[in-house]
Ligand binder design. Structure first.
Ligand code: ADP
Ligand code: MG
Length: 710
């Protein structure tokens, strides 16, 4: 390799002359445009192909990396034509033999001949008493005219170089720890690996990382080498940590930057006096829990300050977040501001609305509802006519339509925030001028992840459930034992309790959802012919759903057969059984949410997980977790471990889309270190004017100061 045409990470792939058009096209289709894009693409895993065994010790079915000598080679015919290469240990002509066979790969014949030394990797199979390998990965080691053969192939045009181009003895695909990447369509793993290899070889010596060097003591170029072609497992681990830290740093830096901008932003004073709050508390049949009181106080302090509030209210299912939010909304209204709460489903919005109307009965506070199905008309019209009396507005996504948007919003509350996209949240918040923002989530998020995802939010946690809650028993049952389960359900019904029966969505088609839900209903009607029951599924109109929920809430129906539409927020304290069909097909957090529908009153409640799974089978572990604990934080932690945070939270919503190094999510030290580094930079150079912060400045220049969440 000559100096002078060294690669730099920022270089476009168009400038990499040795890439073929076909390769360039495949890379670009995979979203890779620059050298850095390729080099920052992390191996999915590694294969240890360092020489591992003497030939005599090979075992059928095992995979080996071997260094061998070619004793003979030639075409064979059996049911198929293939090229066979007989290999053994060098200098041992009577020793053990291994037969390498290549099917449908005629070019191999041009590369391998008697007398060569090969490095190979593949799975051993015994055929007719012979040890064989089919289509093993290989590299020709000492071979004088390898270059010539390569040239021949190059004329044929379709094969990537099989021998490392620069030093003939350096192995790329065998005889070392080899990276394995996520497949790129139109590009063989081997070709892709060769491309990465060659880019690394040609990378300029003194190359700097693109934005900021998080670990100057560990040169970037070396770290890239260790990431892709590590000498040892330890060096790949070290490299992954370095890049994980870099990624984590950028994420924390953005968050720290946003947080500072938000602090500068002047908001509104939306809490002035506590008259409404006291009135509400006096009329409640119960007292707020200590945790609720603390959260209200924290929120109140934010609202009373001219700084914009950005607060996350966390609490396990049933911890009473809604009431805390209502307190905040009352503060806003009393101080002369409109407060609005957005909820992800019509059922929830209606529930909040009815709930608020009931709780605020007799108080001089207006509450209105806005969903696609209905805007509660009189109030809405009054507002249209310019009546801007402060009020509480509850709604669904419909609140985001221009004609429904709250005017002059002072407090924006987002319930079940992970159900909304970043844009939706922003549209909602922008209904006011820097309104105070309260977001609520019932997917409890482990502490470290809160810092990562919501480092720019203040956090209040309701870490206590209201007193007087009935116990919840969780049990796994085989559906073959339905008789006993039915008898038990019967006894609960006889005691006046209500029951949810939930089934997973089998297919995401309208017809099938309706059909399977209806079939469930028919089935349960034959089991409990005298019990009134309701059916709830996602394909019903909002009004239908509403009527079904209202009937269940009013105890007019005793069983509710449902799909996951009851997953979030629904609150019917008299329901004591949650029966979940095919429980293993739900996610862990989702099951916890479903279970959160019961145990909301004083009665003992039962969550029955129906599943045919056996211990050790996939899907079983999460059911066991659920039976073991009721603690949502613990469950979320397990869910993150089992599925990864992106899947649990939904990558789009969580803002985790870009995370390639999942490692750092589970490593609190990295997050804290990144957070500390980011803070130090912003303390020492708040406007990022120093030349070495130039890239960081351009990084945040594109940030919208309002994208406070996500
Ligand atoms: P989540 O946090 O899951 O959204 P909710 O806000 O729906 O929980 O509250 C669950 C139930 O607990 C509701 O029926 C609510 O009225 C009741 N609740 C809230 N706070 C208290 C309290 N301090 N004492 C007793 N019950 C409460
Ligand atoms: Mg809720």
């Amino acid at each position: 390799m000559q100096r002078g045409d060294e690669l730099v990470p920022g270089a476009n792939l168009k400038a990499v002359e040795w890439l073929s058009d076909r390769e360039r096209k495949a890379l670009s289709a995979a979203g890779l445009e620059t050298v850095a894009d390729v080099l920052h693409r992390v191996p999915r895993r590694y294969e240890d192909r360092r020489v591992s065994a003497p030939l005599a010790s090979l075992v059928n079915g095992e995979t080996y990396s071997l260094s061998v000598h070619v004793y003979s080679a030639g075409w064979r015919f059996s049911y198929k034509r293939y090229y066979e290469v007989t290999v053994g240990e060098e200098g041992n002509p009577y020793g053990a033999r291994l037969y390498l066979r290549w099917f449908n790969m005629p070019y191999v014949a041009k590369l391998i001949a008697t007398g060569m030394k090969l490095s190979i990797y593949g799975k051993v199979k015994v055929f007719g008493g012979k040890l064989t390998m089919s289509n093993p990965d290989f590299e020709v080691m000492e071979e004088e005219d390898a270059g010539l053969r390569l040239a021949e192939i190059a004329l044929g045009g379709s094969v990537a170089p099989l021998v490392a181009p620069a030093e003939g003895q350096e192995r790329v695909h065998t005889g070392r720890i080899v990276p394995v990447y996520r497949a790129i369509s139109g590009l063989a793993m081997r070709s892709y690996r060769s491309i990465v290899w060659r880019m690394l070889r040609e990378l300029a010596q003194e190359v700097a990382p693109p934005v900021y060097d998080v670990a100057p003591a560990y040169p970037y170029r070396q770290a890239l080498l260790d990431l892709h072609f590590p000498e040892t497992e330890e060096s790949s681990r070290k490299a992954r940590m370095r890049f994980a830290l870099a990624e984590c740093f950028l994420q924390q830096f953005r968050v720290a930057w946003r947080r500072r901008r938000n602090q500068e932003q002047s908001g509104q004073i939306t809490a002035t006096s506590d008259g409404y709050l006291e009135e509400l508390q006096a009329s409640l049949p119960f007292a707020l829990t200590q945790a609720q009181k603390r959260c209200v106080a924290e929120i109140r302090a934010d609202m009373a300050s001219p700084r914009q509030m950005n607060r996350l209210l966390q609490g396990d299912v049933g911890s009473g977040k809604t009431l805390v939010a209502l307190c905040a909304m009352l503060l806003a209204v009393e101080s002369g501001h409109t407060a609005a709460m957005i909820a992800p489903t019509q059922i929830l919005a209606e529930q909040h609305y009815h709930n608020f109307c009931r709780l605020l009965r007799g108080m001089d506070v207006r509450v209105s509802l806005r969903t696609a199905a209905r805007a509660d008309d009189t109030d809405y019209l009054a507002e249209m006519e310019g009546d801007t009396t402060p009020r509480i507005i509850v709604g669904t996504h419909a609140l985001l339509y221009k004609k429904n948007r709250p005017v002059d919003l002072g407090l924006a509350v987002i319930d079940e925030q992970h159900k909304f996209g970043v844009l939706q949240r922003e549209t909602f918040i922008n209904c006011g001028h820097n309104p105070d923002v309260l977001v609520m989530t019932a997917t409890p998020i482990p502490r470290t992840l809160t810092l990562t995802l919501y480092g720019d939010l203040d956090v209040s946690v309701i870490d206590e459930l209201p007193a007087g809650r009935g116990e919840i028993i969780t049990a796994m049952r085989n559906p073959d034992n339905m008789k006993r389960i039915v008898a038990f359900m019967q006894s609960e019904l006889a005691a006046g309790r209500q029951i949810y029966i939930v089934s997973p969505l089998i297919e995401d088609s309208e017809a099938s959802e309706r059909k399977s839900a209806t079939a469930q209903l028919e089935h349960w009607k034959t089991v409990f012919p005298d019990e009134p029951m309701g059916l709830l599924h996602g394909r019903m109109s909002a009004d239908e759903k509403d009527a079904v929920m209202a009937a269940f809430r009013a105890n007019e129906t005793h069983l509710l057969i449902a799909t996951t539409v009851v997953e979030v927020g629904v609150d019917v304290p008299n329901a004591t059984i949650m029966l979940i069909n095919d429980a293993d097909s739900f996610g862990l957090s989702q099951l916890h949410q479903l279970r959160g529908r019961i145990g909301r009153g004083a009665h003992k409640s039962y969550c029955i997980l129906l599943s045919k799974s056996k211990p050790g089978e996939p899907g079983r572990e999460k059911l066991e977790v659920l039976c073991r604990t009721l603690n949502g934080f613990e469950i979320a932690e397990e869910d993150f471990r089992l599925r990864g945070p992106g899947d649990v939270l939904g990558t789009e919503q969580s803002g985790l889309g870009a995370v390639r190094f999942a490692e750092w999510l589970s490593d609190a030290r990295l997050i804290h270190r990144a957070n500390r580094d980011a803070t130090q930079i912003l303390d020492s150079d708040p406007e990022l004017l120093l030349p070495r912060h130039q890239h960081l400045r351009s990084l945040v220049a594109t940030e919208s100061s309002l994208s406070v969440i996500g």
